[in-house]
Write a protein that binds this ligand. Structure first.
Ligand SMILES: Cc1cc2nc3c(=O)[nH]c(=O)nc-3n(C[C@H](O)[C@H](O)[C@H](O)COP(=O)(O)OP(=O)(O)OC[C@H]3O[C@@H](n4cnc5c(N)ncnc54)[C@H](O)[C@@H]3O)c2cc1C
Ligand code: FES
Length: 507
C-alpha cells in the first residue's frame, strides 16, 4: 500500500512571513519536512518543533507563559530559548531554529544546537542513590545529569524492566495499539551512556540513616551522600477466595501488563473489579481487543468521589456506549476458576479478571528507617524527609501544597516526575521549592479528561459547557474558592486554570 505524502503545514518559513502574521503570537509553518512553531514573545521571535516531545501534542494549541510554551495535552512546558523540557511529562527538548527579522518579515534559518544549562556551581554530593525505577526515580536521575552532576548515581528498582511509561500500560499498549518499543522512557543505552548504574530486580530491604547506607536484598550495603526514596505504590489485592489464580491480575508493572495481554489472548469475557481510573481504562483497552467486559464495583457511580456525579454518569454512559456492562453497588465475593460470584448472587463467567481497586503507597522502607509518616512520607517544601539528606518523591510523598493549604499525597504521573526533578535539584543543593499545581489526565476511548488542582472535598461543582457534549469545564469549589478544575476538550482553559492557580489568582 502506498502512503500519500502529506503536505508540511503552513507557510515555508525559510521564505519568511510578515511579522504582522504573528499578531496572534503563534503560527505553524515548515522548513523542508520539519514542522515548526513560530512564537512571538515580546520583541523576540522563536522557532521550535511544532509538536511536543511527549506524545506529539500540537504546541500551537497551547499557551505561552514567561518565555515558555505549554503543551495543551498534558501540560509539559518547554523553554523557548533553549528548547529544554522544563516541566514533565516531556523529558526531551524541542529542536530549535535560528530566526532572523528583516524589513518586517521573519525568516527561519538552520537548526541550532540546544543551549546546555549553565553548569552547577554548588558543591554537589558524590554519591546519590535512588530507590525506585518509576516516574519519580527516573525523572530525578535524568535531571541530575541534565544539571551537570557528574558524581555517581545508583538507581535500584524492583521492576524487571527499565523505567517505562506506566500510564500507557492501561491505555494504548494494553489495547494493542501501541508497540512495546514506545514504552521505555529511554533506550537501554541511555543508562550506560549517562553513567547511571541502573540495577533491575533489586530489592532494597533497609536504609540505615545513621551510617547513610542502603541495604539491598542479598546483603550488599550501598553508601550514599543523598538518598531519594521513590518506591511508588502497589495495587491493593482482594482478600477473596480465588484471587491468587493465574488469570486474576493487578496492573502496575510492565510484567503485570504483559500477563494481562497473555490472558486476554483468545479470551471471550473479562471481569474488571473496581471502577477506578485504572480499572476503567483497562476496561476500554480490553474492549478494543473485542473482549466482552463486565465492571463490578461497590459505588453507585464510577469516579464520583474524584469527579462528581455529572462526570460519573458521563463516564458510565461512555463505557456503556462501547459495550461495557456495569454491575454497580456490587462486589465479587469469590473467583472459582472461570466463575466470578457476585455479592448480589449473580455469577459472571470470565476468562480474565483485572483487579483495579486502588493502590497503597509503599512505605515499609521509610517506616523501618524511622522517617516521619502521615499517610505517606512527610516531606517539606523541598521534598526532604525528616532525615536530612533523604528525600522522597512520587506516590509516597505527602507534601505541603500551597494551593490547597493542606498537606497532600497524590498518585499522578506528572506530579511524580516533577517531584523527582525538584528532588534532584535539591539533592544538588539548589534549594527549589516544590510548588507545582497537581495535574493528571485519564483517557477513555477518544475522550481525555484533564484535571488540575486538588479537591478531596467540595461543596459546589460549577459546570461550564456540556459534559455529554464532551465540551466542558468543571470547577470544584469549597467556600466559594476553586480548588480544582476538570475538563474535556477545553485544553487552553485547563492550562489557564493551572496558571491562575500557580499565581494565586481567581480561576
Ligand atoms: C496502569 C497505570 C496507569 C496509570 N495512568 C495514569 C495516568 O493516566 N495519569 C496519571 O496521572 N497517573 C497515572 N498512573 C499513576 C502513575 O503511574 C503513578 O502516579 C506514578 O507512576 C508514580 O510514580 P512513582 O515514581 O512514585 O512510583 P512508580 O512509578 O510506581 O515507581 C516505583 C518504583 O519503585 C520500585 N520499588 C518499590 N519498592 C522498592 C524496593 N523496596 N526496592 C527497590 N525498588 C522498589 C518499583 O519497582 C518501581 O520501580 C497510572 C498508574 C498505572 C499503574
Ligand atoms: S503531548 Fe505534550 S505533554 Fe503530553
Amino acid at each position: 500500500m502506498s502512503q500519500e505524502p502529506t503536505e508540511p503545514a503552513g507557510p515555508d518559513l525559510s521564505q519568511g512571513v510578515a511579522l504582522a502574521d504573528l499578531a496572534g503570537g503563534k503560527l505553524v509553518g515548515h522548513v523542508g519536512s520539519d514542522e515548526i512553531l513560530l512564537v512571538r514573545s515580546g520583541d523576540a521571535v522563536f522557532a521550535v518543533s511544532a509538536h511536543c516531545s511527549h506524545y506529539h501534542g500540537p504546541l500551537v494549541d497551547g499557551i505561552v507563559v514567561d518565555g515558555g510554551v505549554r503543551c495543551p495535552w498534558h501540560h509539559a512546558c518547554f523553554d523557548l530559548r533553549s528548547g529544554e523540557a522544563v516541566r514533565a511529562p516531556a523529558l526531551s527538548p524541542l529542536e530549535c531554529w535560528t530566526v532572523e527579522q528583516r524589513d518586517g518579515r521573519v525568516y527561519v534559518k538552520g537548526k541550532r544546537e540546544p543551549k546546555p544549562r549553565t553548569r552547577l556551581d554548588t558543591v554537589a554530593p558524590r554519591r546519590i542513590v535512588i530507590v525506585g525505577g518509576g516516574a519519580a526515580g527516573f525523572a530525578a536521575a535524568e535531571m541530575l545529569r541534565r544539571r551537570g552532576y557528574d558524581g555517581s548515581i545508583v538507581m535500584l528498582s524492583q521492576d524487571s524492566a527499565p523505567p517505562v511509561d506506566r500510564p500507557n500500560l492501561s491505555k494504548d499498549y494494553l489495547a494493542g495499539s501501541a508497540p512495546e518499543d514506545w514504552l521505555p522512557l529511554r533506550a537501554d543505552e541511555f543508562y550506560a551512556e549517562n553513567h547511571i548504574d541502573l540495577r533491575l530486580s533489586a530489592e532494597v530491604v533497609g536504609v540505615d540513616i545513621k551510617s547513610r547506607q542502603v541495604l539491598i536484598a542479598g546483603g550488599e550495603r550501598l553508601p550514599y551522600d543523598r538518598l531519594l526514596l521513590a518506591t511508588g505504590a502497589e495495587p491493593v489485592r482482594l482478600p477473596i477466595p480465588g484471587a491468587d489464580q493465574p488469570h486474576v491480575h493487578t496492573l502496575r508493572s510492565l510484567a503485570d501488563c504483559r500477563a494481562i495481554i497473555a490472558s486476554a489472548k483468545g479470551a471471550r469475557r473479562a471481569v474488571v473489579i473496581g471502577a477506578s481510573f485504572i480499572g476503567l481504562e483497562a476496561a476500554a483497552a480490553l474492549r478494543a481487543r473485542e473482549i466482552e467486559v463486565h465492571v463490578v464495583a461497590p459505588e453507585a457511580r464510577p469516579m464520583e468521589r474524584v469527579l462528581g456525579p455529572g462526570m460519573g454518569d458521563f463516564v458510565r454512559a461512555l463505557h456503556e456506549e462501547h459495550g461495557v456492562i456495569f454491575h454497580l453497588q456490587d462486589t465479587v465475593t469469590a473467583i472459582d476458576g472461570g466463575r466470578a460470584t457476585l455479592k448480589s448472587g449473580g455469577v459472571i463467567e470470565a476468562d480474565v479478571v483485572v483487579v483495579g481497586v486502588g493502590v497503597r503507597p509503599r512505605l515499609t522502607l521509610a517506616e523501618k528507617a524511622g522517617l516521619a509518616l502521615d499517610r505517606g512520607v512527610v516531606v517539606n517544601d523541598y521534598l526532604e524527609t525528616s532525615a536530612p539528606g533523604v528525600y522522597a518523591a512520587g506516590d509516597i510523598a505527602r507534601w505541603p501544597d500551597r494551593h490547597s493549604g493542606e498537606t497532600i499525597r497524590v498518585e499522578h504521573w506528572v506530579v511524580a516526575e516533577r517531584q523527582g526533578q525538584v528532588a534532584a535539584c535539591n539533592m544538588l543543593g539548589l534549594t527549589e521549592k516544590f510548588d507545582a499545581v497537581p495535574f493528571f489526565w485519564s483517557q477513555h476511548y477518544d475522550v481525555p479528561i484533564n484535571y488540575v488542582g486538588h479537591a478531596e472535598k467540595w461543596d459546589e461543582i460549577a459546570i461550564d459547557g456540556d459534559i455529554k457534549g464532551k465540551d466542558c469545564l468543571l470547577r470544584y469549589k469549597r467556600g466559594g474558592r476553586v480548588l480544582a478544575v476538570a475538563s474535556i476538550f477545553r485544553d487552553v482553559e485547563s492550562l489557564q486554570a493551572e496558571l491562575a492557580m500557580e499565581r494565586g489568582e481567581a480561576v
